[in-house]
Design a protein around this ligand. Structure first.
Ligand SMILES: Nc1ncnc2c1ncn2[C@@H]1O[C@H](COP(=O)(O)OP(=O)(O)OP(=O)(O)O)[C@@H](O)[C@H]1O
Ligand SMILES: [Mg+2]
Length: 257
């Protein structure tokens, strides 16, 4: 049985006067411990799909099944990292990371230890006492990633988490994510615009077509790890993904004209 299953997910926004058809029957089965990357043109519905998987939004029809149960809301077993890392401005970096642990009744010393571990992993150890407004966009995003990892969810849903990061940090985190994934066997769905990133991270890369989105195609990637975004051995798979993606992005341009 799949760990997580999206069954014929359809979603539109608006009303009779303005209706935007976004997801047109997404079927996706993800096994426990898979690292699935989703790529697709801007505005095709990737974030919408991830929000539905997280239980933050409801589909018009279809259902999400997690561990054999229909998803009806959010929960600590599946944590989302948002495209724009949303932090609590009134909490310090360290308290942001440990907020969910506190809610779950984890004792203060353990919270402190977990928070320090993940902040150091994100190279933010010395910023634990800072507040979000004192950080750059990329730093805030790294705090949001640390916060999600600290919760140790079964399923991690990541919406372009590295988009705001500089190349060097992004490369470091591509390595860290693979290491975390291999060590913890988490099930990860990771949305990205970056084809090289998807090929380095994913055990499977799923390509969404233009809005209303359906799954256009998918690639399994079983190259040895750790992989790097610039690995020559990934060049072939990267160009195959790009070849599927390019016409969809082009359609987007046609629609917007
Ligand atoms: N709450 C909403 N109300 C109305 N329309 C919405 C809402 N959320 C999303 N949409 C529309 O649904 C479409 C898909 O949006 P979504 O954010 O899922 O795209 P995306 O694939 O994540 O894009 P990007 O790659 O730019 O992040 C867009 O056209 C957007 O305008
Ligand atoms: Mg998005």
């Amino acid at each position: 049985m799949a760990k997580l299953e999206a069954r014929n997910i359809k979603k539109s926004f608006g009303d009779d006067d303005y209706s935007l058809y976004t997801l047109d029957g997404i079927d996706l089965a993800v096994d426990a411990g898979e690292f699935v990357c989703i790529v697709g043109p801007s505005g095709c519905g990737k974030s919408t799909f991830l929000r539905i998987v997280a239980g933050l939004d409801v589909p018009d029809s279809g259902e999400i099944i997690l561990d054999g149960q229909k998803v009806t809301g959010t929960g600590p077993e599946k944590i989302m990292v948002f495209q724009e890392g949303a932090l609590f401005p009134w909490l310090s970096v360290s308290d942001n990371v440990s907020f969910g642990l506190k809610i779950n009744g984890v004792p203060p010393e353990d919270r402190q230890q977990i928070s320090t571990r993940y902040l150091e992993m994100m190279q933010l150890g010395q910023f634990a006492r800072y507040y979000p407004h004192q950080l750059s966009t990329g730093m805030k995003q790294r705090v949001a990633i640390a916060r999600a990892l600290a919760m140790d969810p079964d399923v991690l849903l990541m919406d372009e988490p590295f988009a705001a990061l500089d190349t060097q940090t992004r490369y470091t985190l591509i390595g860290e994510m693979q290491e975390i994934w291999q060590r913890t066997k988490k099930t990860i769905i990771f949305v990205t615009h970056n084809v090289a990133e998807s090929a380095a991270l994913g055990s499977r890369v799923v390509v969404f077509g233009n809005r209303p989105a359906r799954i256009k195609t998918e690639f399994r990637i079983d190259k040895p790890r750790p992989r790097h975004a610039e690995d020559g051995s990934l060049a072939d798979i990267q160009s195959k993904i790009l070849a599927e993606l390019r016409p969809e992005v082009k359609k987007q341009g046609d629609l917007d004209d």
